[in-house]
Design a protein around this ligand. Structure first.
Ligand code: 8OZ
Length: 363
């Protein structure tokens, strides 16, 4: 049998981002931005710097505006304080020789009036409530009934994405991942269970993909395509977003993204954080239809990741939960060392405990 165990440790050009190995840290919501400003701070810089051996760090989902926030204490990238906070993070990662991109996020309907300016209703393609919970200052809460966006609202959000892309450059990020997965705003437009519009943003596959592609096109006017990627989750039911036609709508969306020459797609295969076989889907066909790189995610073990890269099914593999509990995950995968397990009680919110205090292997 061929020994492929080196496959994860070969360098790669992810568009214009040089990565030293095929291991990405997946975006992970941790709700530890500074209270009041939602800006990253020193503790967050320490956390990312501890994990800087990953070929690519993808930041936790980061809202482009206050309207785009759906959970308490998630970081933003729309105020000067947030730009400066992220600069501390990117400086700390770069000092260790790592690369970090920012995942930009608008949650759409997955929000709560207490997180919105003036207690406004969250926005969405259509006024359909998500059967999913968010967490606010007082704990878990039902998401609020959203209002359907009009054209002015759509245009304003596209403007917020562009501003956030410009801020990403100022904050020192090596690239951007646009969050179009997991039932948030762009995914809400793509999927017919969450988009019942009858205008140019709803109905056909082309219409449902229009919003996401307009966002991409606007961002690519101010940010290089070779440092830009998009995360999708075609069959994930996360946040109550489902579609009757995942092959058609994601096939079209990815083919259009390919035409734009972006660096990568990042695909949540199966149900986010859950079963990979939740619904049939031809990920290999998606990969063939896209000329950039393919980052695979969801439930990969070391053996699965080695095989996927060695067989060419993925260029990088993103690990989520293993990176929470193992700051030195890359070294552990290299040595096939045992992994620490995640403490679920310290995932969301809090301080250093369960964040920067997971032990590395003894030297
Ligand atoms: C877990 C908790 C809150 C948000 C995602 C940004 O699923 C998230 C998220 C995950 O993409």
């Amino acid at each position: 049998m061929t020994d492929h165990s080196n496959a994860l440790f070969q360098p790669f050009m992810l568009g214009d981002i040089p990565v030293t190995n095929r291991i990405a840290m997946a975006p992970l919501t941790r709700n530890r931005a500074a209270r009041g400003t939602d800006a990253p701070h020193g503790l967050n810089a320490t956390y990312y710097a501890q994990r800087a051996d990953a070929g690519l760090l993808i930041s936790e989902a980061t809202q482009i505006s206050r309207q785009g926030q759906g959970y308490i204490w998630t970081p933003g990238l729309y105020s000067e304080t947030q730009v400066n906070g992220w600069k501390q993070v990117t400086d700390a990662v770069h000092a260790k020789g790592g690369h970090i991109i920012v995942q930009l996020w608008h949650v759409g309907r997955v929000s709560h009036v207490s997180l919105q300016d003036d207690g406004a209703a969250p926005v969405a393609p259509s006024a359909i409530a998500a059967k999913t919970k968010t967490f606010i200052e007082t704990g878990f809460a039902e998401t609020s009934m959203p209002q359907a966006l009009d054209q002015a609202g759509i245009d304003a959000i596209i403007g917020d994405y562009v501003q956030a892309a410009q801020n990403a450059t100022r904050a020192g990020f090596d690239g951007i991942e646009l969050h179009a997965a997991n039932g948030y705003l762009i995914d809400q437009f793509l999927k017919d269970g969450t988009n019942t519009r009858t205008d140019r943003y709803g109905g056909s596959v082309e219409n449902r993909a229009r919003f996401g592609l307009e966002v991409v096109d606007a961002m690519l006017k101010v940010f290089p395509a070779k440092r830009f990627g998009v995360r999708i989750s075609p069959v994930s039911p996360a946040n109550d977003a489902v579609t009757s036609d995942p092959a058609e709508v994601f096939g079209y969306f990815v083919a259009e993204l390919s035409k734009r020459g972006i660096a990568f797609i990042h695909v949540v295969e199966g149900a986010t954080g859950g079963p990979r076989d939740v619904a049939p889907f031809d990920y290999a066909a998606l990969r063939r239809s896209f000329k950039g790189a393919y980052i695979a995610n969801n439930g990969y073990t070391r053996a699965m990741a080695i095989e996927a890269v060695a067989e060419g099914r993925a260029d990088l593999v993103a690990f989520g939960r293993p990176f929470i509990a193992n700051p030195d995950l890359v070294a552990r995968l290299r040595q096939d060392a045992p992994l620490n397990t995640v403490n679920p009680a310290t995932l969301y919110g809090g301080g250093a405990e369960g964040y920067t205090d997971y032990p590395a292997l003894a030297a």
